[in-house]
Design a protein around this ligand. Sequence first.
Ligand code: XUL
Ligand code: CO
Length: 441
Amino acid sequence: MKKTTKEFFPGISKIQYEGPKSKNPLAFKHYNPDEVLDGKTLKDHLRFSVTYWHTIRGQLADMFGAGTAIRPWEDGTNSLKMAETRVKVAFEFLEKLGAPFYAFHDRDVAPEGKNLSETNRNFDRIAGLLAKEQERTGVKLLWGTACLFVHPRFAHGAATSCNADVFAYAAAQVKKAIEVTHQLKGEGYVFWGGREGYSTLLNTDLKREMDHLGKFLHMAAAYKKEIGFKGQFYIEPKPKEPTKHQYDSDAAACLNFLREYGLLNDFKLNLETNHATLAGHSMQHEMEVAIAANALGSIDANTGDLLLGWDTDQFPTNIYLTTEIMLCIQSMGGFTTGGTNFDAKVRRESFEPVDLFHAHIGGMDAFARGLKIASAINRDGRLGEFITQRYSSWDSGIGAKIESGKASFKDLEAYMLKKGEAAPNTSGRQELLENLMNEFI
Ligand code: XUL
Ligand code: CO
């Protein structure tokens, strides 16, 4: 007799690559995982990851209304049994989509118990199932993290709470989350300080809170070494929401924080597009700031809506955006431990299970196109050559002398007094370069 295993996404089979002419909404038009580009498969270039919190746990609620998501497998509880079922749902989704990675918060996968030990036992129980499903499917954990922002105990923050007991609780929780990430061979671990900030400075000792965050991250780095976890630690910047101000507000603020507290060797950054725009930057800006410090690790792929002032976490479909992102990723030689993690959710109006497939397929195709376009722009070479030329006055003569540290203010004064006037500037050619980008898009 045929063994019956319950299917959660009936009628949807493994998503195939059908090429740009396909009209099938459940097929890739541009993402062919096995296609080789610049000596590497698209799968290895892009390292796509699905988020447990949005795709498996998201109920599509908003501030004004209840969740709309139709998820026939949900029984309306946050029980351990339900958590076990969701592992099966998640891995069926990952397998059908063909995503090589996933990411989770501890509390996405397993429910809190009546105290910390019961909570840890729940987490262990589900971690065992996740390990089995990873083994069965070959899907890997891109990164794990701890949810230090949903439970009321974290109302004043976790590592930056005014309540020392809450700091201790958060430390215990992160310790456990690192252990489980290690056990599941996670390639990284993320710290997103959702409530590590303030709502008003009237009640806040900012210096003391930042010092505590520095201490917390040092303890985490020490524990990582102690247990031999080789995955990469990342900080994920975001300027606000849910707090009014988050200490890790953008890439530059994170880098400064890490430098000030002597943590630069232990952390890289996980950058998210919608967080960049909330900080008043483009994703490209954030990425270049991180790359300049050799600190770009991974990306949370999504997009905001520039007409809405909050974190809408939409699936990325804009080819210009994905091209800029992939130009940055290529300029640093590709991902190592990081990947393209869809920290994105379907709209509240897109409530059917199939919408989850449409959303990820669209995001994956948009990134595959961005990658191919970025690679073509690099092979063409005109963009890179323009920048090299633009800075050529630094390659010899007075420029080279300044760069090599052999020139003083006195030397430069003597040089300019003799020359009388600076050499004329050359055009920045912004419009020409924008046209060049469009030639490829
Ligand atoms: C919140 C956010 C988080 C982190 C992980 O805006 O991006 O989901 O990615 O905690
Ligand atoms: Co994120």
